[in-house]
Design a protein around this ligand. Structure first.
Ligand code: F6P
Length: 504
């Protein structure tokens, strides 16, 4: 047994010890639990009191975190060391929003990022001063999900200066639907692609360029600005750079956030970054035992490796955060969907569970039946906001009462002589409350998830910053495109039969 395997086995022995202890019993036997398992960090309050560990098990998790030198790992991340070892790169998303490291690489990254942000501010101002009303943002994955989430979460009930529309899927219906209601004379476009080699973005970019009647109002963001400019004949002053030290799914804080700044205003984009930077300082400086990123990440490790739970739900009790599950699916599953450690050996424990979710209360009327009475246990993050910004206070009370009710019912269950009407309980959850949904609190929330993911990757010994797993499918699709067009033959018999079915 390797040293790393032994860390997980100790967790499993604690889980076995606690197997028959309900969450209500844990609360009874540890009266300090409610305060002891809760943390307040800036605009975020999070309680872990309904997780299925006790003080002793939590201490074992903390010991595992110390054994993995989480504090040192954060320092290496913030200093710009090559934590993305398989690609020999830093992952300096923290330098996009703050200046917390004295290391030369981090300082230089922060300086460059600040310069580009100023350029971005000037482009936003230029656009605000012309007669454009609509923005079409073209990108996919990390070049889409973050901007799409934040722009949707923080926009007001009425459109702001611009209506921002997102086109990502290579399905032509996506572009058709987005463009049909718009006037090309009043629309500008932002093409976002770190590589500018992504099939979806190149095809959709061509559609939007042709629909606009040229590239005169196209802006681009890329780590390959020359390629971006050349691909669509975009004037270099309208191409903003990003860098190989920013992963796509960690990039909304860079110029990739241009659609966010257009949707909510450049100043509020700055507040989003400030909220994330505030959380960064906490993640870097707080001791492990009171560090919210560490707490969240180690809790995920507990649920995956001690309890063996293979799925995790994120349930937003704020309609404006409805896109958060989709954003987190990429952040978490692209980062942690790995099966080998940094040196290529099989990882000693199971890694990422399946992340999924939706917005309450709607989802209570769809999949919550399975959460309450299904055979599988799904740990969940419930996310709510203390203060609402709509005028309907009665609805907000109802929304919050549902959040509270669900977490309580899942944890405590309810006995019944009728097995159909019995609720087993014991279903763990974390509740995160934002003081209100603001750029600052959303920035902090997203930074919390980024750092939690990093914590999990360090514990498992995997690289959170590469994504080779998505390459094979792209290569096969490129090979099959000519077969689909009748220019070659598919070798795989099932694929060949399907192509015949497709009438090609
Ligand atoms: O398909 C995976 C991926 O490489 C993501 O990691 C990335 O965010 C997305 O594609 C888009 O890539 P790009 O920004 O280079 O177009």
């Amino acid at each position: 047994m390797t040293a790393s395997a032994s860390g997980f086995e100790l967790l499993q022995s604690h889980a076995a010890r606690l197997a028959r202890t309900g969450i209500a019993e844990l609360l009874e036997s540890e009266p300090e639990r409610v305060d002891g398992h809760a943390l307040q960090v800036g605009p975020l309050y999070a309680t872990f009191a309904r997780q299925r560990y006790d003080r002793q098990a939590w201490d074992a998790l903390l010991a595992l975190g110390r054994d993995r030198d989480l504090a040192g790992a954060f320092r290496r991340l913030f200093d710009g060391q090559a934590v993305n070892v398989t690609e020999g790169r830093a992952a300096l998303h923290t330098a996009l929003r703050g200046d917390l490291s004295q290391a030369a690489a981090a300082r230089e990254a922060h300086r460059t990022a600040s310069e580009v942000r100023q350029r971005m501010g000037r482009l936003v101002a230029d656009l605000e001063n012309c007669d454009v009303t609509d923005i079409v943002s073209v990108g996919i994955g990390g070049s889409d999900l973050g901007p799409r989430l934040v722009a949707d979460a923080l926009r007001g009930p009425l459109p702001g200066r611009f209506r921002v529309h997102f086109v990502s899927n290579v399905d032509g219906a996506a572009a058709q639907r987005a463009l049909a209601p718009l006037d090309p004379a009043r629309t500008a476009a932002v093409f976002i692609s770190k590589t500018f080699g992504t099939q979806e973005t190149l095809l959709n970019g061509a559609i939007v360029r042709d629909w606009l009647g040229g590239s005169g109002r196209i802006y681009a963001v890329s780590a390959n600005p020359e390629r971006a400019a050349a691909a669509f004949d975009i004037a270099p002053e309208r191409v903003l750079p990003m860098w190989d030290w920013v992963g796509g799914r960690y990039s909304l804080w860079s110029a990739v956030g241009l659609p966010i700044a257009l949707a909510i205003g450049f100043d509020r984009f700055g507040e989003l970054l400030a909220g994330a930077a505030e959380f960064d300082r906490h993640a870097l400086e707080a001791p492990l035992e009171s560090n919210l990123a560490v707490r969240h990440g180690l809790t995920a490790v507990w649920n995956r490796n001690a309890l063996g739970l293979a799925s995790h739900a994120v349930l937003t009790y704020d309609q404006r955060l409805a896109l958060l599950p989709a954003y987190l699916q990429q952040l978490v599953m692209e980062s942690l969907g790995k099966r080998v450690t940094l040196d290529g050996a099989p990882v000693a424990a199971d890694t990422v569970p399946v992340w999924w979710g939706g917005a309450g209360t709607d989802v209570q009327h769809s999949f919550f039946q399975a959460l309450h009475q299904g055979t599988g246990i799904v740990p969940a993050d419930f996310i709510g906001t203390v203060r609402n910004d709509d005028p309907y206070a009665e609805n907000h009370d109802a929304l919050l009462s549902n959040l509270l009710a669900q977490t309580e019912a899942l944890a405590n269950g309810q006995a019944s002589d009728d097995p159909h009407r019995a609720y087993p309980g014991g279903r763990p959850s974390t509740t995160v409350l934002l003081d209100a949904l603001t750029p600052r609190s959303l920035g902090a929330l997203l930074a919390m998830y980024e750092h939690s993911v990093y914590v999990q990757s360090v514990v498992w010994g995997i690289n959170a910053f590469d994504q080779f797993g998505v390459e094979l499918g792209k290569q096969v699709a490129n090979r099959l495109l000519p077969a689909l067009r009748g220019q070659s033959r598919a070798e795989d018999p099932v694929t060949a039969a399907l192509i015949a079915r497709l009438g090609r």
